[in-house]
Design a protein around this ligand. Structure first.
Ligand code: ADP
Ligand code: TRP
Length: 332
């Protein structure tokens, strides 16, 4: 069976972009992959220093993974801090990583431009991501399009390590959902936690409706024919319903024919979200009141991930002349 690994940072509430680009693939891949899905809490430390907020968001990502449909019977769900051996791998990879490779990474430039402090952690973020990935020997890494450079860096580092020390790492492939693209937010820019333009599919109905009504549209009158491709409301609708769904084609037809007001399109999107996420919203309600279950999921996820990661780290240590550890590491 093929293996997949991915993660999302706990930097805020998950949104429709995270779902459409990443999480929906996780759910689909469960059918025929061995899955490692984690919460990238160490990564989140590169962009925020509010400890209670990080702890709460970390927990919430796990709840939301489960609510969206990750099944702990089929997926190892774990927190990055529960498998700290990955940071050792990060160091081994850092030592074969040319500084010029990090200089080329766009995330550091983008994030510092947004005012995030230029820490060394933020600078070497892609090496930690490579370690996350390589630590479980995955075949594929399901992510959104914006993560492409990180996966390329991962492959590059694996090749460099293998070149020096022998065939230690498998080179994984990126998996981007062909119809996902980059989902726009309510202001039409890329939907992102850091732009404050996200749509949270778990919002209560009233604020959800208000948020959808706030999606920016042009000022064409109701009777005018409209290009659905240029409309954020339509793009989000299509991403959720699917490009070939008859409801999407029908909505596109109404845009083109004229006579459709943006209020109507927004109402259709609101109804679609409630329908699409109905089961997830109900599951989340229950999970919010079952902390014991969440702990149980995380404990078994951490155990499974540690077993695999320790095997890979031992292989990498051995290859570069460090031998195996004399002390077993036990994390409480
Ligand atoms: P954010 O930009 O909101 O902080 P993350 O960087 O935590 O999101 O992304 C988590 C996952 O969700 C990644 O795989 C990323 O590619 C995907 N993703 C995030 N935003 C979008 C979007 N607007 N459209 C498609 N995929 C997205
Ligand atoms: N950089 C990813 C993001 O911002 C999160 C992440 C960290 C990740 N480590 C990973 C994604 C390993 C896939 C695999 O979304």
């Amino acid at each position: 069976m093929k293996r997949a690994l991915s993660g999302v940072q706990p930097t805020g509430q998950l949104h429709l972009g995270n779902y459409a680009g990443a999480i929906r693939q996780f759910i689909e891949l469960q059918a025929n992959h061995e899955m490692y899905i984690f919460v990238a809490s160490y990564h989140a430390l590169t962009s925020g220093r509010d400890a209670p907020a990080l702890a709460a968001a970390t927990r919430q990502v796990v709840i939301d993974y489960l609510a969206f449909g990750l099944d702990p019977q089929r997926t190892h769900i774990y927190l990055q801090q529960d498998v700290p051996q990955v940071t050792e791998l990060c160091w081994l990879l850092s030592c074969v990583c040319p500084k010029s490779l990090m200089d080329k990474a766009t995330t550091f430039k983008d994030k510092t431009a947004k005012g995030i402090p230029a820490s060394v952690g933020l600078y070497s973020y892609p090496i930690l991501q490579a370690a996350d990935i390589l630590s479980v020997d995955p075949d594929v890494v399901p992510v959104g399009e914006d993560q492409r450079q990180h996966i390329e860096i991962t492959r590059d580092l694996a090749e460099k390590f293998n070149h020096h020390y022998g065939e230690v790492f498998r080179l994984p492939d990126i998996l981007v959902r062909p119809d996902a693209g980059t989902l726009p937010g309510v202001d039409g820019q890329k939907m992102s936690k850091s732009y404050g333009n996200t749509i949270d599919p778990f919002l209560a109905e009233k604020p959800l409706k208000k948020l959808i009504n706030s999606i920016k549209t042009d000022s064409l009158p109701v009777e005018a024919a409209k290009d659905p491709e240029k409309c954020t409301v339509f793009q989000i609708y299509r991403a959720l319903a699917g490009a070939n769904d008859p409801r999407t084609t029908a909505l596109a037809g109404k845009y083109q024919a004229g006579g459709l007001g943006y209020g109507q399109a927004k109402q259709a999107l609101f109804e679609l979200i409630l329908e699409h996420f109905g089961p997830a919203r109900a599951r989340r309600e229950k999970l919010m009141h079952d902390p014991g279950y969440i702990d149980q999921v995380l404990t078994s996820g951490a155990q499974a991930a540690q077993a695999k990661v320790c095997e890979v780290v031992a292989r990498a240590r051995q290859a570069c002349g460090l031998g195996t550890s004399r002390a077993a590491i036990t994390i409480q």
